[in-house]
Write a protein that binds this ligand. Structure first.
Ligand code: SAM
Length: 325
């Protein structure tokens, strides 16, 4: 097996795979209300095309795949896709990010298909506030989804909370308590200036929040496996972990190990740059697997050193759900 390395010596071993750019929520910092810029479904990679691309990545040493979107559970037969990807030689870890509104319906099938890890987005435990952020009254569905996921056997489940100034910033303590009680790992995320919606969100620097929570809950430095960008604290007994994803206040590009494939087959080499490879055109023009492999290797060599969210906050026009969050 080959390994994929970029021109900065970083090994690329993780693919975030968007299966749709659509979502059943309209989070204020992500998809704007009334947004009409969605891809036509004919441009979405088919399951056969996705399987081919993932097989090539797996042969290049990319063993970890995350299904994301948009909202991946809105793509019909998502558990079938998960099963097909898990069966591919070289794929050792298939995970999924979801807003959990549909999770109670799919948790058992996803677990049976081989999905090993779940990340659930949840920005508030206050139903009206969550409805204000997401555009929909959805807390009860999400909590049902979390219960179903635990019952299905997913462990540990990670909760992702985007911290928004003036909205849910004061709720981080109660989210910590909720996650401690339920055995969830919590990760707090800084807003990224992706699209006007991302730029308009009130950014909160999480370094001060980290200090506040560390003191309040007596947390110490910790590590959680998964290879992601979060920096962790944990409780002394190890029962609870709290991660911080801080692309603005302390970016993590030097250890970036990932690329993203959007639903329309565009390979994004960096979340915060425009460098891409159009895999859909290559696939639909009849490229061989060897050709695909060569094109992917050539693209990885072009992976940018880092994003410039801080230096050039107006640069990225596309919203998160178009790239695949
Ligand atoms: N629908 C799935 C979910 O809710 O997790 C997967 C896709 S969603 C785009 C992935 C993550 O991106 C979510 O945690 C969401 O909160 C986050 N996100 C979207 N836009 C963002 C932004 N501008 N800044 C920071 N995080 C953002």
């Amino acid at each position: 097996m080959t390994t994929l390395q970029d021109s900065f010596g970083r090994n690329i071993e993780y693919l975030r795979l968007s299966v749709t750019d659509r979502c059943d929520l309209r989070c204020s910092y992500c998809i704007p209300q009334g947004f009409h810029g969605f891809e036509t479904p004919e441009h979405w990679l088919t399951f056969d095309e996705i399987e081919r691309v993932v097989a090539v990545f797996a042969r290049l040493g990319v063993a970890r795949i995350r299904l994301t979107g948009g909202e991946p559970l809105t793509r019909p037969r998502i558990a079938d896709l998960a099963q097909r990807l898990c069966a591919l030689p070289g794929v050792s870890d298939l995970s999924l990010s979801t807003n959990a509104t549909l999770l109670s319906r799919y948790a058992d099938d996803l677990f049976a298909a081989g999905v090993s890890r779940l990340n659930v987005s949840l920005d508030s435990l206050d139903a009206p506030r969550l409805a204000g952020i997401t555009g929909r009254d959805c807390l009860a569905h999400i909590l049902d989804g979390l219960t179903a996921a635990k019952q299905a056997g997913f462990a540990p489940i990670k909760i992702n909370m985007v911290v928004l100034g003036g909205e849910n910033e004061h709720e981080v303590e109660s989210m910590v308590e909720f996650c401690m009680e339920h055995g969830f790992i919590l990760r707090l995320i800084e807003t990224m200036p992706m699209g006007d919606s991302g730029r308009n969100a009130r950014y909160v620097n999480l370094q001060a929040v980290r200090q506040r929570l560390q003191q309040r809950f007596g947390l110490i430095d910790g590590v959680v496996s998964g290879g992601g960008p979060a920096r962790y604290l944990r409780s002394v007994d190890g029962g609870f972990s709290l991660g911080f994803i801080t692309p603005i206040s302390q970016h993590f590009c030097a250890t970036c190990n990932r690329v993203r494939l959007s639903a329309d087959g565009t390979l994004y080499l960096c979340l915060g740059q425009e460098d891409t490879l159009d895999l859909r055109s290559l696939l639909r023009a009849g490229i061989t697997d060897a050709g695909l492999q060569a094109a992917i290797c050539e693209a990885i060599a072009r992976k940018p050193e880092r994003h410039e969210f801080k230096e050039q906050p107006n640069k990225i026009v596309r919203i998160m759900s178009q790239t695949g969050g």
